[in-house]
Design a protein around this ligand. Sequence first.
Ligand code: NAD
Length: 505
Amino acid sequence: MTTVKEQKIEKLETKREYYQMIINGERVDSVSGETFTTYNPATGEPLAKVAKATTEDTDRAVEAARQAFEKGKWRRYPINKRSRVLNKIASIMRSRFNELVELEVLNSGKSLTAAQGQVNQSIEDFEFYAGAIVGHRGTVNNMPGGFFNYTQNEPVGVCAQIIPWNYPMMMAAWKIAPAIAVGCSVVIKPASLTPLTAIVLAEICHEAGVPEGVVNIVPGPGALIGDHLAEHPGVDKVAFTGSTPTGKDIMKKASQTLKRLTLELGGKSPNLVFEDADIDAAVDGSLFGIFYNTGQSCEARSRLYIHENVYDEFMEKFVAKTKKLTLGDPLSQSTHVGAIISRGQLEVIDGYVKSAIEEGATILHGGEEVKVEGFENGYWYAPTIITDVTPEMKVVKEEIFGPVVVVQKFTDEKAVIKEANNTEFGLGSAIWTKDQGRATRVANQIEAGIVMVNCPFSAFPGTPFGGYKQSGFGRELCIETLDLYTEQKSVISYYGSRPINPFGV
Ligand code: NAD
């Protein structure tokens, strides 16, 4: 056991050798003195050391968040003042844009352009909620004469926010911005593989004027720290993004104290190309839909359905463009596809591809680990296209979370909708057609939280993001997210001239 070293937060270098936790507005070591190493997936080399939280550290973080919530000034600030601080966070992030992008690339192995887009969106999330909170109002409701009812939104309290490794900074922004906008306090548990940008974001929150205890961050093992937070009696709400099995586990634990819960989970999103589609646009959008972020996206359009009349034309162009994708230095502007997050994840992906081969599928392109010049010890997997699949195959049913797409041919609109919905998930989906009537008809029947029509993008600040079925519940990134961080209080009053005597005694 070592003494906890505490340091006030001031502007720090974004890139450094050691990152501490943040508890009660201070950078602290773990009470155990332990650290863990985080790596650069593109090279396999160590990147930095990170303080490894224990359950004792986590208790301190929850207690700091509780004190800040109950006794602190943040939730009592006028809304405009909180809004100003959120805008300040955005402006500090903007001034450090290149540093944040570089750190995100180094810690995740993703391509520069992907990281640029995600850091930019993270900034816009804070700007969005800085505006949205000002218009987040209560209501006045119709009542019989003499009665008056209004509602007000009150912050739900201490929120544990557990996030995954695929969008390390963006997931932190999606969680922190709406929660602190309404006056909650948060304890963030980043993924152990990618904790760095979330830690820097928490530091920036303090630099911008968020008071101590409102934003705390405890990097550490999910099974220990995430689990402890999900069960913690001092936590009022858990907001989780990650895999469906972990989400189910958290739901069970959070139910013991009936915590509020938002779950953003896995997906296996269908991508439907109809015969009347603009084929070139559909090819480009489908390519981005699966290979963006190296396929490590919850909304990756990993099941591709092509109408038989355009199948050959589409596939010829799709394979040709897949061959043109560059895997290389993630910090280069010309790299399209970055590294896989870890050796373990690469093996999971390869295992799925091997299972497809065993079950009789054809690997049309890719299907193997690749060596990238200058990055020989990193984790790289070829963009992979699998055909001759059937709905029962593992690669069609399960989330692979890598650059792997399965392709099927269809003839009939009704049948393809049925097939698209033949999944336990319901996060994203895409439709390519020039017929507006068909687009609307199909969109109405797809069981998914997000439908992209002739569009490769799934999320903008302001658009609801979340799933149907086992992809979770609750919507993030939108105005309604503010409701998920508040309790609605209904105040009923009587102002009539005659006293009320309901019992009549
Ligand atoms: P994961 O479920 O393994 O981990 C997510 C987070 O939970 C990590 O911080 C991890 O440390 C923590 N955790 C692990 N075990 C825990 C436990 N028992 N109790 C509490 N916390 C625990 O997921 P991952 O591999 O980091 O991320 C990939 C998954 O995330 C994919 O399934 C992907 O679809 C999903 N995802 C969903 C969305 C969305 O918005 N729906 C967005 C991004 C990623």
